[in-house]
Design a protein around this ligand. Structure first.
Ligand code: EPZ
Length: 419
């Protein structure tokens, strides 16, 4: 089993090029099912999750080629036929569920294993199913599977009780061939939704309003293939910005879209981190005295839940009291237990965590409990006295390409070992 070993204390410096967004590429690969031809995803992040969803497409007889050499994914769905992905594939990565919308749009029926919950929450799919039902699908759940059947999908209005990212994406894709107009109200506004809509529109779909709380999809007959370069990963960018702050160093993140980073920029600025915004880069200067802040995770454009763990690590090193409230997932504080092993002072009370900054964290053996928690433990290790050994790092590899070498490139003392 691999582990990551971080020796704390190094100052960081230099530039880091940010990869394309995992949470954009996954729905886009699912959406390629809607095209009757070939799609090429350029500058694709070579991540475990990307390989899994490519395998899911293969199980419904799409042809997918991962071109690691050129960081591209080639997908040909011209000969796609009806199929059902294996339940272990779907349970391995819940984003596999994003093929439900495209498959029912293309074949009028689909059956898939219910995506399990994960460490951070039960991850229900009721809003996905509410949307498919509104479009005329007959949805049934039984024996651990969900099945949807629809002779014709008819455009309709769907109000999302919660601006769910996945539900917005699944419904948007299901509506692409539906008769007439579909309006999704209270839709998620994340940049990844906008990127998916841009990909689908480039294939011939008619989607308006993506990135706002109301999305209109006008049904079309078919879609052609396209070439797409996904947006950069705002969460990876935020993670490395926090790396600069937590080590009290100066680093530059390159290839970023400042617009997508606004809530993170605002919060770090409020803490006293100075940020110099360039064309597509940000210079982070964490050398000043940092102040405690309160954080409340919200749907975009609020503060992203996927940055909550990383900010908790940072706030553990900032003198004073900070309060973090996690409003998106019901169980996303597992990293707190691990940070406390490193000497952090955190009190969890339901959806809130009260963090008292300490003078110095101490290296320890810790466990990644989910993707972002793993990244947060690396960040805490960078600022700790001594050595931190992180296990269960497969979580981290799902969302970060080559993470230890990226940190090493900034001067961190970090390595991956075979334990
Ligand atoms: C996406 O997950 C991201 N994953 C998550 O990133 C991210 O944390 C999340 O959006 C929120 O921003 C991908 O894009 C692949 P949701 P998703 O549906 O779509 C409730 C990471 O670290 N909900 O917006 O599953 C749900 O329980 C991952 O990269 C329902 O109640 O998130 C949760 O409390 C982690 N019913 C809230 O909405 C539903 O039908 C947010 O879920 C669907 C969701």
């Amino acid at each position: 089993m691999e582990k990551i070993v971080v020796k704390g204390g190094s100052k960081l410096s230099g530039k880091i090029k940010i990869s394309a967004a995992k949470n954009s590429v996954l729905p886009i690969i699912a959406g390629s099912i809607l095209s009757g031809g070939r799609c090429v995803i350029e500058n694709a992040p070579m991540l475990e999750d990307v390989f899994v969803i490519s395998d899911v497409l293969k199980s419904v007889s799409a042809e997918t080629v991962i071109d690691k050499e050129n960081s591209r994914i080639l997908i040909d769905t011209s000969n796609i036929s009806y199929g059902e992905p294996s339940s272990e594939l779907v349970r391995k990565m819940r984003a596999s569920f994003l093929i439900m919308g495209p498959m029912i749009a293309r074949f009028g029926r689909f059956k898939i294993s219910l995506p399990g919950g994960c460490n951070i929450g039960t991850r229900p799919i009721d809003l996905h199913l509410k949307g498919l039902t509104a479009l005329g699908a007959e949805v049934s759940i039984g024996h651990g599977y969900v099945e949807a059947v629809a002779n014709r999908l008819i455009g309709n209005k769907v109000y999302l009780d919660f601006p769910s990212v996945g539900a917005t994406e699944n419904i948007m894709m299901a509506a692409v061939f539906a008769d007439g107009e579909t309006i999704i109200e209270n839709s998620a506004e994340e940049p990844e939704i906008e990127d998916l809509a841009k990909f689908l529109n480039n294939m011939g779909a008619i989607i308006e309003g993506a990135g706002t709380d109301t999305i209109k999809i006008t049904g079309v007959k078919s879609l052609r293939g396209t070439v797409h370069k996904p947006i950069c990963d705002r969460i990876e960018a935020g993670t490395f910005m926090v790396a600069g702050a937590i080590t009290r160093s100066k680093v530059e993140v390159v290839g970023v879209n400042e617009e997508h980073l606004k809530p993170i920029i605002a919060k770090l600025t409020e803490m006293g981190v100075s940020l110099e915004l360039g064309e597509d880069s940000i210079i982070v200067d964490g050398t000043k005295i940092l102040k405690p802040v309160d954080i409340k995770t919200m749907p975009y454009p609020g503060f992203p839940t996927d940055m909550q763990a990383q900010m908790m690590s940072l706030l553990c090193t900032v003198k004073g009291t900070s309060v973090i409230t996690e409003t998106i997932f019901e169980n996303r504080f597992m990293h707190a237990q691990e940070l406390k092993r490193m000497g952090a002072n955190i009190k969890i009370d339901g959806r809130s965590a009260v963090v008292e900054g300490v003078d110095m964290l101490t290296g320890s053996e810790v466990k990644a409990t989910d993707l972002r928690a793993g990244a947060a433990l690396i960040l805490a290790g960078l600022a700790s006295e001594g050595e931190t050994v992180i296990s269960d790092i497969y979580h981290i590899d799902r969302g970060y390409v080559d993470i230890e070498n990226k940190f090493k490139g900034l001067g961190a003392d970090i390595k991956r070992i075979e334990a």
